[in-house]
Every structure is written in structure tokens, then in C-alpha cells.
Design a binder for this molecule. Sequence first.
Ligand code: 3PG
Length: 188
Amino acid sequence: MIQNNIEAILKENSLIPVVTIESLDQVDNIYRCLSSQGIKCIEITLRTQISWEAISLFKEKYGSEFQIGVGTITSNEDILNCMNLKVDFMVSPGLTTSMIQQFEDSGIPFLPGVATPSEIITGINLGWRVFKFFPADLFGGAKALKVYGAIFKDVSFCPTGGINKENYQEFLDLKNVISVGGSWLLNQ
Ligand code: 3PG
């Protein structure tokens, strides 16, 4: 299965809320806000002191209803923690060779980040086909993805970074966009 079948999760969930949790008290409200929009998945970032606790709590309370992913994966230790918590998917803002083997061996679906053609080619040469395009707004947005679509035929993207309720549909309408992600889903 390519990237431990990340494609299945993204196909099911065209909108991926990227959520940074500052306090454990927010978990129930976040769940309610996303559920009320019919959303059944969440990417919780590793950007606060309590991120791992928040991921664990979200999983304990709502793991049967939600696909729970971890974002901002930047080290092998992060991947180990994801394996211990048995999270549903992992997202990295970039593509680093040091994490390749552990991503593959984890058994957990994973979405590596790319922005440039060279990074996409590196990913393709690893046998990967689905990437986070980040930060989408700074690297050419939908225009860049159209160009990538003409060059990299079998590759699909989940753009994040600067996606909002005004522009997300434009991204989703692209043939090579499988899903879109961002913080706007919680903050609108
Ligand atoms: C991410 O990690 O995907 C981004 O930080 C989300 O970007 P946004 O806040 O602009 O949606």
C-alpha cells in the first residue's frame, strides 16, 4: 500500500481541519464544532506543550467517530509517539530522508509535505504519490498545482496554508487535489 494507504483517508475526508490545541478544555468544543459541519477527521498539530496530551484525550473521547491525525511531524521520535498512541494518520510539513523508513515501517498512513518540483520528484522516487502541498499560498497556490498536474501525472495533493472558505473550492475542483486542509474550518 502506497504510504500505508493515506489515499483512503483523504478520499473519505475532502476537508481536513488543521487544529492547534492550546488547552485540554478546548477538546469538547472542537469536537462539537467539527461534527456540526459533518467533519469526521482532524489533524492536531504538535505546536503546543500539551499537543500529545490533547491528541491522546481526543482519541480517548472521540476516536471511534473521528480519524485522528498528527501534524507537524518533524522527527523519528514524533513517529514513535504516533505509533504508541495508534493515531490514524501522520502529516509532515516537509520531506526529509531521515524519516522515510520509519514512516513506511510505522504501518500508519502518512502524508509528507512538498512545495517544489525537486521535492515532488524525490517523493516519487521513493514510490510515494500523495503529498501535502505546503505552504500552498506562498508557493503559487492553485496556479502552481495546475502546472504540477501537467508534469506529475499520477500525483495528488492536499494543499494547506492560506486555504480559507473563499478559496477552498477552487483547490478542490483541481483534478490533482484529493483534499484540502487548514485552520479556517475551526475558526470561521
Ligand atoms: C498547516 O500546518 O497545514 C497550516 O499551518 C495550516 O495553515 P492555515 O492556518 O493557513 O490554514
